[in-house]
Design a protein around this ligand. Sequence first.
Ligand SMILES: NC(=O)C1=CN([C@@H]2O[C@H](COP(=O)(O)OP(=O)(O)OC[C@H]3O[C@@H](n4cnc5c(N)ncnc54)[C@H](OP(=O)(O)O)[C@@H]3O)[C@@H](O)[C@H]2O)C=CC1
Ligand SMILES: CC(C)(CO)C(=O)C(=O)O
Length: 349
Amino acid sequence: MGRPARAGRPTGGLPSAPMVICIYGAGSIGCYVGGRLAATGSEVIFIGRERLARQIAGHGLTLTDWRGAALRVPAPRYETAPSAVAEADLVLVTVKSAATAQAGDELASRLKPGAVVISFQNGLHNADLLRERLPGATVLAGMVAFNVVNQGDGRLHGGTEGGLEAQRHPSLAGYAAAFERAGLPLVQHDDMAGVQAAKLLLNLNNAINALSGVPLKAELSQRAYRRCLAMAQREALRAYAAAGLTPVKLTPLPPGWIPALLNTPDALFARVAAKLLAIDPLARSSMWEDLEAGRTTEVDYLNGEVVALARRHGTRAPANERLVALIRDAERGGRRDWSGEELLTELSG
Ligand SMILES: NC(=O)C1=CN([C@@H]2O[C@H](COP(=O)(O)OP(=O)(O)OC[C@H]3O[C@@H](n4cnc5c(N)ncnc54)[C@H](OP(=O)(O)O)[C@@H]3O)[C@@H](O)[C@H]2O)C=CC1
Ligand SMILES: CC(C)(CO)C(=O)C(=O)O
């Protein structure tokens, strides 16, 4: 079988030059998304850290998912110097939120003129932060709906369903086929603020999952943990209403109904929310991965964002405040596994 056609610039009938895609901050999401693009014929440059560069030089990339897909990239181009970004037409920023400002500064003097940047990060403000640092560049907000676990030695596993969303922009038309081939169709959206607000509601569970010490499926199967998430989501929904922010519908139920669903007993939840629990038993939140690796988490950009939004509108978000404090303790070394009942008591106090 021939190599699949690459994403190419329109050239009015002449053969098109391949478009180069750069993953800036190639960790779990970046290696998985970039790996699937590279495995299906796109030209991809990965930029990231020495530790991963070494692993990937030794093992290549293996991309698996919960549906049983398995793709290989035997020798990806993984660089540790930011300069290689200058070759890219499309840059996917996949650093954690605390690293966005530095990534923006590194891109500022190096981006190819006309390059398009997509922030594929959780949180509400990463694309704005990049825009401030990259005046004149096209910077689009993006959203990754699925979970990826880094299993080591270049093996990345997509553990849930869900795709990629990005702010609608004409420049993305040239990349649609590449993302489609990779099995990650890029859905364009007009209301990315609403998409990001809806994703943040789901990400309020990242802290709960990290504190639980169990995988997502096991955690969400227990009502006490779900009640913690329902509390955190209700506070966020109140803060959004005060701020005039309307989350879009990312799940079969509208965002405002999810807390009530989370509160249902386990047996009912398992029946009604079968799709929500269709998660690989290994999948865990990216915040769990951060605690596990001894890294600072994104809690300030997730639960902390709700706390800040509530304060700006004259109210409080106490369950989210408590989750931020517990994750801070865990980052400082006071890590322990919380049972659902313990966490619920802690957040209700
Ligand atoms: N993992 C998941 O399942 C999901 C994650 N997300 C979101 O996607 C984003 C990325 O998450 P994830 O892939 O898990 O994060 P990772 O920490 O796995 O990957 C980011 C990588 O970027 C590196 N990095 C940071 N700054 C730079 C820089 N300036 N230059 C080069 N490399 C850099 C980091 O290295 P170092 O740590 O050494 O600084 C790290 O290896 C986050 O916003 C996350 O919330 C969204 C959906 C699911
Ligand atoms: C996909 C999801 C919601 C899984 O927890 C996530 O965004 C994360 O882990 O950061």
